[in-house]
Design a protein around this ligand. Sequence first.
Ligand code: ASP
Ligand code: MG
Length: 417
Amino acid sequence: MKIYKFGGASLKNAEAIIGLGKLILSKHDRPLVVIVSAMGKMTNAFEEMVNAYFKNRNHLIKTLHLIKQYHGSIVNELFDTPQIELETILKNLYSEIHFFFQNELHNDHAYVYDQTVVYGELISSHIIFYYLKSIDIKVNLIDSRNCIKTDSYYRDANVDWKKTVDLINHHVDSDYMTLAQGFIAGDLKGNSTTLGREGSDYTAAIYGYALDAKSVTVWKDVRGILNANPKIFEPTVLINEISYREAIELAYYGASVIHPKTIQPVQRKKIPFYVKSFKYPHKAGTKIGLGHKIQPKVSCFIKKEKLVLLKISTLDFSFMIEKNISEVFGLLYQYQMKVELTQNSAISYSVCFYNKYQRLVELISVLKQKFKVIVNRNVTLYTIRHFNQEAIDRVTGNGKKVLLEQRGQETVHFVCV
Ligand code: ASP
Ligand code: MG
């Protein structure tokens, strides 16, 4: 059993979907499970619809209309003949979305999000299913909401592994090729859940784990995993091989390689994980597995922008010790800041974080009642794995001011303005 995953960029128009069909035909990987996400930027459009549900109903109808148009034009291009069955299914899916927004009143944003955003994947998988059948590929479509069971922590649901492994094995017929949606799952109450943005990599790993797959391959619009985001650092180097551990570290520090939860399930079963280009499917891409830590040995660069750096010290010149620090940390947790880096010296404690829910002003006013606080807004955090002086110069050059530096054996961080 092998697992393939195609994300939004590899499904963004009819041409890309035709390419997917050719790729599956050219590779004789059977049995096979193919995981697909929503097409193109459709998840963003669905998110917009959910926001509109709470704020602006007119905009909701407009966005739904655009979503229908987008998929409609892909369907028109994909098929020469009318697809009555598919059209009926799509019509029903749109009616369900419409019905939910018209008739159900909810004020839990995350719940509404999961009940509706999942349609991006449902629509996508149905179109692809009928397309694959039209080019004579034998395929079964299953619903990941019936296979991956989670808790009800909407938008970032946690997998119930035992139930999930049983259900996947029950639903996947290993004589066939199976098509399933990424990103979406179901809770025990029968509601839809999702696994977090870009979560379909994780879905591929879940199916891989449950089915003891021989490999998991993610087909992307890039050559594989690069040592930096080419939009930020040039030139970049393709990483040929990287260990599970190293991939987890990179994802953890924020490299947008793959969804951070993806690696652990495949690592547990030692399943090789490939990141390949769907445009150049014969090229090797990147292999994540046992073996080489990182090959070639290059520095990896990660940049996170729009963070906040606070330097906190006591008002009475006493030291920043456990009691004070735990109080500061308690407040960071309470105000839902996403902490990226901390550093303490005898008299001050620095913390760099992402102001995820725009609660910085509140946090600072509470902190100022007890501490002296110096605030730096809009700082950038650079992380370099496997650094050397040249890599450091590359990051800290160009007149940047370094506000904080932290070095470990393999990782160095710089907070800059
Ligand atoms: N469609 C979802 C998203 O855009 C999941 C994914 O693409 O992996 O976040
Ligand atoms: Mg996507």
